[in-house]
Design a protein around this ligand. Structure first.
Ligand SMILES: Nc1ncnc2c1ncn2[C@@H]1O[C@H](COP(=O)(O)OP(=O)(O)OP(=O)(O)O)[C@@H](O)[C@H]1O
Length: 361
């Protein structure tokens, strides 16, 4: 792969002698939609603040086109940030809010008019140009903040929890709009969120962070389907985990023991003494009769609860050993007809290869 437009190299940041970022290495490529995802306090905003130049790293480098910009002031970085609070000027109309940065740069008036009108048309706010921010909805104000940032044609746009103040429906709409806008503009977006669904649906690549470290970098599909650690697997969606002992490791296969059950699974990975089998709820197939089970890989359990979720139903099943697992199925007209009954016996199986095997740390 090519080298990043921005490169973070062994980047470290401490606050009051506590390490907050520990040796962060990350390439940010030209034109990509990259998302920093992780729980509260893992250091996402700190990366944004270092990139924007609001803070200095304690060690390591920030490179832009191979040049170290560790000490370049924020105004010289061609970086714009959109925060969760839109930080619009309340006394200025929308046009002047968006024009502000260009006026500061002393761009000729006619040119400013063209650029601002362009940016506002891109975020579909042309008809609100002369209104004050207070006359716009939350989503519209968010779009003004984005227009105000992109009008400066930054090399990268940093978006810190930019959609989290919006209600669910508006947030979904803005996710699609933001992604489309990014494609149209071709500007690199670095987006921060702790919402895994948002990260999966918007990003070209996701950086999963945990306690100041990067756990995994990959496309949404890679992160979801091939998590490298239990932390990533459990942070991105639901996962049923089974801790097993290795009985035998053979050529491209492993024999595992979970409680009294033996599983023989294909894998190229090499394991130590123990490993975890991970199965997503949607990867379990549910049957009421053993004759319908189409794999050697199955569990037996009792249905404890059914959770209706609109398009899917979650079946909460207690296995023979007492462990509770979740299997989810698409809900359709037939689902009621299936007549799942609380307390009934169910067989849960999965297709060979749909499991993820993780070395225990
Ligand atoms: N100026 C500061 N002084 C001391 N500690 C700080 C400072 N800024 C951040 N921290 C601490 O650094 C850690 C990482 O903070 P950061 O804001 O980067 O996390 P985050 O992943 O963005 O979290 P959130 O999702 O809650 O915004 C937190 O424990 C926070 O308390």
């Amino acid at each position: 792969m090519n080298k990043g437009l921005f490169v973070l190299k062994d980047l470290c940041k401490n606050y009051e002698n506590t390490p907050i970022l520990k040796n962060i290495n990350l390439d940010i490529f030209q034109g990509e939609f990259l998302t920093l995802l992780g729980p509260s306090g893992c250091g996402k905003t700190t990366i944004i603040r270092l990139l924007a130049g609001f803070e200095n790293p304690d060690a390591g480098e920030i490179l832009l086109d191979d040049k170290n910009i560790n000490h370049l002031p924020p105004e010289n970085r061609a970086i714009n940030t959109v925060f969760q609070s839109y930080a619009l000027f309340p006394h200025m109309n929308i046009f002047d809010n968006v024009a502000f940065g260009l006026k500061m740069k002393k761009m000729p008036k006619e040119q400013i008019k063209i650029e601002v009108e362009n940016a506002l048309s891109m975020v579909k706010l042309s008809q609100h140009m002369y209104k004050k921010p207070s006359e716009l909805s939350g989503g519209q104000q968010q779009r003004v903040a984005i227009a105000r940032a992109v009008v400066n044609k930054p090399l990268i746009l940093l978006l810190d929890e930019s959609l989290s103040a919006l209600d669910y429906k508006l947030r979904k709409e803005m996710q699609i709009e933001l992604k489309m806008l990014q494609r149209k503009l071709g500007i690199t977006f670095l987006f921060v969120t702790h919402d895994q669904e948002e990260a999966l649906s918007m990003s070209d690549r996701i950086v999963v962070m945990n306690k100041g470290n990067i756990e995994q970098i990959g496309t949404p599909k890679e992160i979801y389907e091939e998590p490298k650690s239990l932390f990533v697997a459990q942070f991105i969606g639901e996962a049923n985990c089974f801790e097993t002992k290795i009985v035998e490791q053979k050529n491209e296969a492993v024999i595992l023991k979970y409680k009294e059950k033996i599983f023989n699974l294909k894998t190229k990975k090499i394991f130590n003494e123990t490993c975890t089998i991970l199965i997503r709820p949607e990867d379990f197939r549910v049957e009421k009769n053993f004759e319908d089970v189409k794999s050697k890989n199955y569990f037996v359990g009792e249905l404890e609860n059914i959770i209706y979720k609109g398009t899917t139903i979650d079946l909460l099943v207690k296995l023979e050993d007492g462990k509770e697992v979740i299997a989810s199925e698409f809900y359709n007209e037939d689902s009621d007809a299936l007549g799942y009954k609380i307390g009934s016996k169910l067989f849960l199986y999965w297709v060979d290869g749909w499991e993820v095997l993780l070395n225990n740390e």
